[in-house]
Write a protein that binds this ligand. Structure first.
Ligand code: GRF
Length: 190
């Protein structure tokens, strides 16, 4: 069983989907820590209800990003975390975490990478008139959504689809694809 940490900054629907998948026995893992960088993020309450230990750290309260990530690393090591899963974590990761967790940090991004990296990827794709949209799961490196792609799922954008419908479709894909990809990855079949 993998000992994992989920990092999130916001709503936490992907955190919940992964946790549900573990509870159902689909994913052989335990979320031993949720790391949150936004003290008011809705995901904190969700983790509390699910009795998942949460580390809420505000980067601005640390002298540097290095100190902030060092504090996270310390707790990860105390808890013997093996894998880091970014789920709506809105920060770049630096060498403090990348070095000890090389090839063990993954992220989910709501676009068909390498298109539409960074913030508001769905909005970027809609503005560009993309005919195909989707979700990517990739290894994390020091860039913004630049690491090696592990899996992707796409759909055709139908004429007249509203932004809300597109977002709904993307999130529905995310909530299934992330757990399925992690399962294959950690079983060594991906
Ligand atoms: C997801 O769309 C994910 O792809 C992106 O941020 C969003 C997080 O949503 N990186 P949630 O907090 O998991 O609901």
């Amino acid at each position: 069983m993998k000992r994992i940490a989920v990092f999130a900054s916001g709503t936490g629907s992907n955190f919940e989907a992964i946790h549900d998948s573990i509870l159902k026995g689909n994913l052989d893992a335990e979320i031993v820590l949720l790391v949150v960088d936004q003290p008011k993020a809705a995901v904190i309450e969700k983790a509390k209800r699910r009795q998942v230990e949460t580390l809420v750290l505000s980067p601005k309260e640390f002298p540097s990003k290095k100190d902030y990530e060092t504090a996270i690393l310390q707790r990860l090591q105390e808890l013997k975390v093996e894998e880091i899963v970014l789920a709506g974590y809105m920060r770049l990761i630096t060498d403090v975490l990348l070095t000890p967790y090389q090839n063990h940090i993954v992220n989910i991004h709501p676009s068909l990478l390498p298109d539409f990296k960074g913030k508001d990827a769905i909005g970027q794709a809609v503005a560009a008139g993309a005919k195909k949209m989707g979700v990517s799961i990739h290894y994390v490196d020091s860039g913004m959504d630049t690491g090696t792609i592990i899996s992707q799922e796409s759909f055709d954008v139908e004429k007249g689809m509203t932004l809300e419908e597109i977002e709904h479709r993307i999130h529905a894909i995310e909530h299934v694809l992330y757990s399925n990809t992690l399962k294959k990855l950690w079983e060594g079949t991906k």
